[in-house]
Write a protein of this length. Structure first.
Length: 239
C-alpha cells in the first residue's frame, strides 16, 4: 500500500514529537526506572511502533528527528547528535521495520534472538571479568535480558517477530552508537567532559544502549501494534 506523501510527513512529525517529548521527560526523571547507576530509556518503543505499524522510513526519520530534538535538550551538542545519535537512530529503527516485513521463518527468528542475547551476555561477562562494569549494571542487565527473552519465548507468530526485529534493529543502532561515541571522543570532548576513550568503551556504550532500551521494545511494542492493527489504521506489509 503506497502512503500519500502528506500522510507520511504527518506521521514522521507525530513520531518525532512523541519520541522527543518522552525522551525529554525521561531525562527529567519521569517514566524512568532506575537501578543503581543505570537509567532505562523507555521512549524507544515509540519509533519502533511507527516503523512496524506504518513503514521503516516513517520510523527511521521520526526517530532521527526526535532524537535530535531530545539531544539538544539533554546535552546540547549538535555535532555529536548529527554524527552519532541521528544516523544511529535512523539505521536502527529503519532496520526494525524492514526486518519485521522480511523475517518469516520461525526457526531463524528464534535462533536470531537467542544468538543476540548470547552475544550480549558474553560481552557483559567479559567486561565484568576485567572490572570494566559495576555490579549495579549487571543487575540491570540481567533484568533487561530476562525481560527480552521471556517475550521471545512466550509470544508467538507476529508478536515474536516484532520482538526479534526490535532486538536486531536496536542492536545495530547500539553498535553504531558505541563505535560512534568512541570515534567522536578521539577528536572532540564529550558533553560528559571525557575525551580519548579507550577502545573497550565502545563495548560499554553498546551494552548500555541496547540493554537499557530493548525491554521496552520487547514488552510494549507488540500489544500496541496489535491494537493499531485491530483498529485498521496500520499499513499493509511487504510480502
Amino acid at each position: 500500500m503506497k502512503i500519500q506523501r502528506s500522510l507520511e510527513i504527518t506521521l514522521i512529525a507525530i513520531c518525532a514529537a512523541l519520541y522527543a517529548a518522552l525522551g525529554i521527560a525521561t531525562y527529567l526523571g519521569l517514566f524512568t526506572p532506575v537501578i543503581g547507576t543505570v537509567r532505562f530509556w523507555p521512549s524507544v518503543f515509540v519509533p519502533a511502533i511507527f516503523s512496524i505499524a506504518f513503514s521503516p522510513m516513517i520510523g527511521g526519520f521520526g526517530a532521527a528527528i526526535g532524537i535530535f530534538i531530545s539531544d539538544m535538550v539533554v546535552h546540547g551538542n549538535p555535532l555529536l547528535s548529527l554524527t552519532v545519535g541521528v544516523p544511529a537512530n535512523f539505521l536502527g529503527f529503519y532496520t526494525i521495520g524492514y526486518l519485521y516485513r522480511k523475517l518469516r521463518d520461525e526457526k531463524k527468528i528464534i535462533m536470531l534472538i537467542f544468538s543476540e542475547l548470547l552475544l550480549t551476555t558474553l560481552i557483559l561477562v567479559a567486561l565484568l571479568y576485567f572490572n570494566l562494569l559495576d555490579y549495579s549494571f549487571l543487575f540491570a542487565a540481567i533484568i533487561a535480558i530476562i525481560a527480552t527473552a521471556l517475550p521471545a519465548i512466550l509470544l508467538k507468530g507476529e508478536d515474536r517477530r516484532i520482538v526479534v526485529s526490535g532486538s536486531s534493529g536496536l542492536m545495530l543502532g547500539s553498535a553504531y552508537i558505541g563505535m560512534g561515541v568512541w570515534v567522536f571522543s578521539q577528536f572532540f570532548t564529550l558533553p560528559s567532559g571525557q575525551a580519548y576513550l579507550p577502545g573497550w568503551a565502545a563495548l560499554v556504550w553498546f551494552l548500555w544502549t541496547y540493554l537499557t532500551e530493548i525491554p521496552f521494545i520487547a514488552i510494549l511494542t507488540p500489544p500496541v501494534v496489535k491494537v493499531l492493527k485491530s483498529s485498521g489504521i496500520t499499513f499493509g506489509e511487504e510480502k
